[in-house]
Design a binder for this molecule. Structure first.
Ligand code: AMP
Length: 146
């Protein structure tokens, strides 16, 4: 399922990991009027949320099934898993797919060589190193990028 397909519904997006990426995404989605809940195991991380953030925030471990239940993941239209650990992201994504039957699961993947694991479980991935490499390539090769 693609994001455009759930867009029209009453969206509720769960984000796991309130680091630089998770917090920025939560702030943007909230500013755009989406219903957002973010989880981080470190309470200080939640300080990255902006003053205007209108979503919910929980302190806890995203690998804990009770935490995901408390976050009401069963009601979510999508989950974005962006902790700083690939194994953790795989584990949470699998729980979202297999236990909570989520169709739209997006995870950050630092090590692109593990992409096959995600593909096997139909998890969409974002790899910072591949994205950066593509953008650098564009800047190096595209005249308009200079
Ligand atoms: P960053 O690398 O800046 O995007 O930060 C990643 C965030 O993920 C940090 O704020 C961590 O505290 C958070 N994190 C790491 N493991 C977990 C976990 N198991 N559950 C929830 N948050 C986590």
């Amino acid at each position: 399922m693609k994001y455009s397909e759930v867009k029209e519904k009453n969206e509720f997006i769960v984000i796991v990991g309130c680091g630089r990426l998770g917090a920025s995404l939560a702030n943007t989605l909230s500013d755009e009027g989406r219903d957002v809940l973010i989880i981080d195991k470190n309470k200080d991380a939640l300080r990255k949320l902006s003053m205007s953030y209108g979503g919910l925030a929980l302190i806890g471990d995203g690998t804990d099934i009770d935490m995901l239940r408390e976050a009401e993941l069963e009601k979510a239209t999508a989950i974005v898993v962006v902790t700083n650990n690939d194994n953790t992201n795989i584990m949470i994504s699998q729980m979202a797919k297999n236990i909570f039957n989520k169709e739209l699961v997006i995870a950050r993947l630092y090590d692109p060589e593990r992409d096959y694991v995600y593909r096997e479980f139909e998890i969409d991935t974002i790899s910072p190193s591949i994205l950066s490499s593509n953008e650098i390539w564009k800047l190096l090769t595209d005249d308009e990028g200079r």
